[in-house]
Design a protein around this ligand. Structure first.
Ligand code: URP
Ligand code: ZN
Ligand code: ZN
Length: 522
């Protein structure tokens, strides 16, 4: 009897793995703009959604696996627009590579992420080659942003090459002095080049010079533990840099994406700019929404160091303001900034907080923590949730409706969420390689019970079924929606419009010829 049951289960799972089609039946399909009880039909071979409708029992082809989604929500897979897998940083390398980090993502309902490629010795092209190699072990879809860490003619040329390779965003670090940081001149040149190429400039907004000053001050005062990290990079420095980047983007006439908005000061800058009509996207991260800085004062150094990231996790009122801003659309989408270091790696900063590798986990927890803090609290509807965790990223990076939507023709990146299942986040059950979890002990009502990546079931019954090398690079085309009609817009800070940039021709003065371009052309 027992043997028969085992054989039956084996036959069922063999049938399931050979079924070309998936029929998700009876669930509430939630998109960013509506939700309805609908069935979804997926072709695993093409990796596409074929049909979404009422109940289409009559239409389902043979070799179809039926997935019962009654009382569950069927939503677009999460898109995490900010991760750092296998990244060399502050003397360490983040301990999740593309396989382990993406497996963790799949277990948490994320089916695509955009990772930050760093230049190699300031060389963008070499950096992209390096990141492409790292991503060969991918098991879900991914793409890249590219960081710009220096400015010269080669950077100018290479940015075009990077865009031609399917990358449509460049990140400028206004902090990490002596490593990744650029100055305003480099940033303005980079912004201008982004505008020419239709790429979206992104900023890590903290005043890096002032941070260095604050760090030295903390060490002088004898504050050498993780709390010194929080104290040396106060929110005023984030607000200043955010405002500066926003004004420079307006000056050059480009849209701007502010990564990891962590403070009231920064979100107010984003809000003011949007009110002025400027195209600015503000990205909060899960840690900023759900945690508060008190943990960096934990008497256990190892515990306190886990929470060290930049900009720092702030006092509780900042988290509350960020959640409210997200619920009202002042901030648009949620990322993780997943950059993980083990306790051994973090220990490099015992005795000097400036040496603690910065970063926290989140790639696996984002969907659940946002569900808990934003939807279960009543701050967001399930459609708002889809927009913030998936659709808005697909739109900003110009891959909507291929990603971020449940509709015929879209990629079959789908999650099934049981809103009644309760669970507790823990390092003992997560799939990342990090040996701790900044959300340890957080109780969540609502669980991703199935993740489908391009038509393949990669997470089900609490088990991963991921294959190395099966993830696809998703090219991100330039001139996305944030560029549409932008050149026709007048923002409040522009070149002096009244006189224009036309030279005045004066009798006797040397004729004003064409001024030299700032960069040699390609
Ligand atoms: O602390 C952080 N955020 N680490 C990753 C690098 C960055 O600044 O995004
Ligand atoms: Zn950053
Ligand atoms: Zn980051």
């Amino acid at each position: 009897m027992k043997l028969c049951l085992v054989i039956l289960i084996m036959l069922c799972s063999i049938y399931e793995s050979f079924s070309r089609y998936l029929h998700i039946k009876g669930g509430l399909v939630v998109n960013h703009d509506n939700s309805a009880l609908s069935d979804v039909l997926i072709d695993s071979e093409t990796g596409k959604i074929i049909q979404v409708g009422g109940n289409f029992d009559d239409y389902v082809p043979p070799h179809t696996r039926v997935i019962d989604a009654h009382d569950k929500l069927v939503m677009p897979g999460g898109i995490d627009p900010h991760t750092h897998l296998d990244m060399p940083f502050m003397g360490s390398v983040t301990c999740d590579d593309f396989f382990s980090g993406q497996a963790a993502a799949a277990a948490g309902g994320t089916t695509m992420h955009i990772d930050f490629a760093l230049p190699v010795a300031h060389d963008l092209v070499k950096g992209l080659e390096e990141w492409k190699k790292k991503a060969e072990s991918s098991c879900i879809d991914y793409s890249f942003h590219m960081a710009v860490t220096q400015w010269n003619n080669k950077t100018y040329r290479d940015m075009a090459h990077i865009v031609a390779q399917g990358i449509n965003s460049f990140k400028f670090f206004m902090a990490y002095k002596g490593a990744l940081m650029v100055n305003d001149e480099e940033m303005i040149n980079g912004f201008e080049r982004c505008g020419q190429l239709g790429a979206l400039p992104q900023v890590h907004a903290e005043n890096g010079d002032a941070v260095t000053w604050g760090q030295t001050e903390m060490i002088r005062l004898g504050v050498k533990g993780p709390e010194g990290h929080a104290l040396s990079r106060p929110s005023v420095l984030e607000g200043e840099a955010t405002g500066r980047a926003i004004r420079l983007a307006a000056y050059v006439g480009v849209p701007l994406y502010v990564v990891h908005v962590m403070s009231i000061e920064a979100l107010e800058e984003v809000a003011k700019a949007r009110l002025r009509g400027q195209r600015v996207i503000g990205e909060p991260v899960v840690s900023g929404l759900a945690l508060n800085e008190s943990v960096m004062w934990d008497p256990d150094w190892e515990v306190a160091a886990r929470y060290v990231m930049s900009p720092p996790i702030r006092a509780a009122e900042h988290g509350k303001a960020l959640r409210e801003a997200l619920s009202r659309g002042v901030l648009q989408l949620v990322a993780t900034d997943h950059a993980v270091f083990t306790s051994v790696q973090k220990a490099a900063g015992r005795g000097d907080f400036r040496l603690i590798p910065n970063g926290v986990n989140g790639i696996e927890e984002r969907i659940h923590v946002v569900w808990q803090t934003m939807v279960n609290s009543g701050l967001m509807t399930s459609s708002d949730f889809v927009r913030a965790t998936s659709t808005a990223a697909a739109q900003a990076f110009n891959i909507f409706p291929k990603k971020g939507l449940i509709a015929p023709g879209s990629d079959a990146d789908v999650i099934v969420l049981d809103p009644n299942q309760e669970h507790t986040i823990s390092a003992s059950t997560h799939h990342s390689r990090i040996d701790s979890n900044v959300y340890e002990g957080m109780n969540i009502k609502g669980k991703v019970v199935m993740t489908i990546s391009r038509g393949r079931v990669v997470w089900e019954h609490g088990k991963l079924n991921v294959t190395r090398g099966s993830g696809h690079f998703v090219p991100l085309p330039p001139f996305g929606p944030l560029y549409e009609g932008l050149s026709k817009q007048q923002t409040s800070i522009q070149l002096p419009q009244r006189y224009g940039p036309t030279p005045v021709r004066r009798a006797g003065a040397e004729a004003d010829g064409q001024s030299e371009g700032r960069h040699e052309e390609l």
